[in-house]
Write a protein that binds this ligand. Structure first.
Ligand SMILES: C[S@@+](CC[C@H](N)C(=O)[O-])C[C@H]1O[C@@H](n2cnc3c(N)ncnc32)[C@H](O)[C@@H]1O
Length: 254
């Protein structure tokens, strides 16, 4: 069925989509040769490829995650792509055992949106940074998540996804808060145009798979199956293209 992918596969596809936007932030920050960088909640890919290159052979990129399955998937990717400057560690943002003031750059993407507790997360990130180190946050904003021609069922599903994030204490529009969460960040926004055959056009269905238990609580079995079917029909239309949600990027020195 269209859009039925595992959570690790969804995150892998998503990481590929946003890699060029991440590379632009690192370019703006400047060279990272020999530095220590952390990708918090890296999932199966995150920024590990980008940071492996950014820190270079004399530096170290660390990917942390609380889920063993995610770390295993990341480990496979690191092995397959021979990312020699990357190491992976199990760590919980809310009870981090990583050494304070030990990183030149801390990056977190899509952590505030699903997990909430933004101030607590940012406090952890700051504690892990050396004085003068870079904090980089990337979070979504749904405003541009649209289809042409319009896709009412997909928009209904996006509404449910946003509600399910909120019910779990998160905020799918966390990107909008970054300006106020940091002191004086530099900011950028990226948005992708999605052609009819682009797998990321199916993102609402991919989210629906990973959020299924929560969506079922909101609308029940039959209604969710019916909505899914209508969204599948809309998004398999060869003539329909779309625009992604926006990725809001904010970075500043600690
Ligand atoms: C939405 S995914 C984002 C993954 C990655 N940052 C990316 O942008 O592709 C959230 C990730 O955070 C991890 N995570 C959830 N709770 C966490 C916690 N308390 N501490 C560390 N990682 C956590 C999940 O296992 C998952 O890999």
């Amino acid at each position: 069925m269209a859009g039925r992918v595992s959570e690790t596969e969804r995150l892998r596809v998503q990481s590929g989509v946003w890699e060029p936007a991440g590379a632009r932030v690192l370019e703006s920050i400047g060279p990272g040769d020999g530095l220590r960088a952390l990708d918090v909640g890296c999932g199966p890919m995150g920024w590990l490829r980008l940071l492996n290159v950014w820190v270079g052979p004399g530096g170290r990129a660390v990917g942390s995650d609380v889920q063993a399955g995610m770390l295993e998937a990341a480990r496979e990717m690191v092995r397959a792509e021979k990312l020699a400057n990357v190491e992976l560690v199990e760590d919980d943002i809310f009870a981090s055992a990583l050494e304070p003031a030990s990183f030149d750059l801390v990056h977190a993407r899509f952590q505030l949106a699903p997990l909430g507790r933004a101030e607590a997360q940012v406090a952890t990130f700051r504690r892990l940074l050396k004085p003068g180190g870079w904090l980089v946050l990337e979070e979504p904003d749904t405003a541009s998540w649209r289809f042409v021609p319009e896709a009412p069922a997909a928009m209904e599903l996006i509404g449910l996804i946003v509600r399910s994030f909120a019910l779990a204490g998160g905020d799918f529009d966390a990107g909008r808060s970054l300006r106020w969460l940091l002191a004086r960040p530099e900011m950028c926004a990226a948005m992708e145009v999605l052609e009819p055959n682009d797998p990321y056009l199916q993102a609402p269905l991919q989210f629906a798979s990973s959020l299924e238990p929560r969506l079922l609580e909101l609308v029940g079995d039959a209604a969710l199956a019916d909505l899914r079917q209508r969204v599948e029909a809309e998004l398999s239309d060869d003539a329909r293209w779309g625009t992604s949600f926006a990725l809001i990027q904010a970075w500043e020195r600690n």
